[in-house]
Design a protein around this ligand. Structure first.
Ligand SMILES: Nc1nc2c(ncn2[C@@H]2O[C@H](COP(=O)(O)OP(=O)(O)OP(=O)(O)O)[C@@H](O)[C@H]2O)c(=O)[nH]1
Ligand SMILES: [Mg+2]
Length: 458
């Protein structure tokens, strides 16, 4: 275990009210003592843990800043090491000078995520909890924040250790059966083993089933607003966001860049993408926009295809329809406040099973119905983030898929009449894959990879 003392600026670099320099390790308090002059002249190595002290940071006989210093002694700290946090006035220069003084006095600069990595290595949190810290930092919707907090509190770890314990129990029984057949201990019948493995398999599948919801919770449903120029795409984005985010004009070809925004539609996070109207164009800039729109269609999970009912269907509309054939889609007939020129029955030939909603953005008609339709498309049941453990991490999903494979092969082996020693190997594998999620059986590389995604100072 690395026992150097590390330090970093834990707040974003820039001007702000307060910046925090964090120090963790055996020398944290000793280093702070060398540069911190408390106003009451107390010896900070002798103060109670979890107390805050007012004074100045002095380096090379010059006062750098007026600060508050928090002293937190192990083991009740984030890293389970001694931690000192220096709260200084926000501002790049003062913060850097303080960090510099801390480093000069013996601390090493921390790698990204190193504080959290120490919390993991010192056993305060497991790997899935450490990962939830990243999720929490980067969460973009309230749902994803809530699910990260649940995971940080150990909801997933708890579920996984429950399953792992069952695997371990079974494994212990089977190994005793194999190694000491002469002992008179309770022998598990093969049908009892099968029953338990089927149970374990079901629990894994239930967790895997939550991963689609997890992806939505974490990233939002990628929703592209597509259509010809001037049909009201940007107006629709603004209306769904309830703010004027995109520029709206009556000039066709107004939007040229993709605009991406997160919005919460009746509790469901959407990553909305407003696109340039699709049409044949010789304008170079507009053409780039149109190409971007086409690629937005490819990567979208939901398409809102906006059609203007006050004009007729053109070959561009049909072209777009052909492009979105294999996508989840809602046809949004806009501008129903205007006299209709569209040939609805003609359009119907192309859009048979696609849900169609009639709206007017400017008169605020039909927006609620559109939102309800989006919600119904993605949520058959309601999700309860507070009570359900939801899989939001692709690494966890892959480990569970492998554990699922292992349990499936145990079930097939039993049904094929293989002996118990064949089962032990797959059970051990299942156990190991489950352990990858919590970090007990995971390689250095993976750990390095996970923590390098953190920001500095966390
Ligand atoms: N009457 C009426 N006008 C609307 C409605 N929705 C949008 N408009 C008008 O249609 C024009 C074009 O709206 P935009 O939202 O800029 O259309 P767009 O599809 O983003 O256009 P491009 O960015 O050029 O592709 C603006 O003048 C809007 O005010 C509606 O429901 N009814
Ligand atoms: Mg636009």
């Amino acid at each position: 275990m690395d026992n150097t003392t590390i330090a970093a600026v834990s707040t974003p670099i820039g001007s702000g009210g307060i910046s925090i320099v964090r120090i963790s390790g055996d020398d944290a308090i000793g280093i702070a003592k060398k540069i911190f002059k408390p106003k009451n002249n107390k010896d900070i190595s002798k103060v109670d843990s979890h107390t805050i002290h007012y004074g100045t940071i002095v380096s090379d006989d010059r006062i750098i800043d007026e600060v508050l210093v928090s002293i937190m002694k192990k083991p009740n700290t984030f890293t389970r090491e001694d931690i000192v946090e220096i709260n200084c006035h926000g501002g790049i220069i003062a913060t850097e000078k303080i960090l510099e003084a801390v480093l000069k006095n013996g601390a090493h600069i921390a790698d990204p995520g190193e504080f959290t990595k120490r919390a993991f290595l010192n056993g305060r949190i497991d790997l899935s909890q450490a990962e939830s810290v990243i999720d929490l930092i980067y969460s973009k919707t309230d749902l994803s924040r809530q699910s990260a907090v649940n995971q940080l509190e150990g909801s997933l770890s708890h579920k996984i250790s429950g399953i792992k314990n069952k695997v371990a129990d079974l494994l212990a029984h089977i190994e005793v059966n194999i190694d000491y057949p002469e002992y008179d201990i309770e022998q598990l019948s093969i049908s009892k083993i099968e029953e338990t493995v089927v149970d374990i398999n079901k629990e894994i599948l239930l967790l895997l089933d939550t991963s689609d919801t997890g992806k939505i919770v974490k990233e939002g449903i990628k929703t592209a607003i597509i259509g010809k120029p001037n049909v009201g795409k940007s107006s629709l984005l603004n209306s769904l966001m309830r703010e004027q985010r995109a520029i709206v004009t009556d000039v066709p070809g107004t939007t040229r860049d993709l605009i991406e925004e997160y919005v919460n539609i009746q509790g469901i996070p959407l990553k909305l993408i407003d696109t340039a109207g699709i049409r044949e164009t010789h304008d170079v800039v507009e053409k780039i926009g149109v190409d971007l729109s086409k690629s937005a269609i490819e990567s979208a999970e939901l398409i809102l295809f906006v059609v203007d009912v006050s004009s007729t269907i053109s070959k561009e509309d049909i072209l777009i329809l052909n492009n979105i054939k294999n996508k989840k889609c809602i046809i949004v007939l806009n501008k129903i406040d205007l006299p209709e020129a569209i040939d609805s029955s003609y359009l119907k030939n192309f859009t048979n099973d696609i849900p169609t909603i009639r709206i007017s953005v400017t008169s605020n008609i039909g927006i609620c119905e559109l939102e309800q339709t989006i919600k119904n498309m993605f949520m058959s049941g309601s999700i309860d983030i507070n009570n359900d453990v939801i899989l939001t991490n692709i690494r966890h999903k892959n480990a569970l898929l492998k554990a699922n494979d292992a349990t499936n092969s145990i079930i097939s082996a039993i049904r094929a009449g293989l002996t118990q020693d064949f089962l032990a190997v797959d059970l051990q594998n299942a156990y190991r894959y489950l352990g990858e999620i919590t970090g007990e059986s995971v390689s250095e590389d993976i750990i390095h990879n996970i923590f390098s995604r953190f920001c500095l100072g966390k």
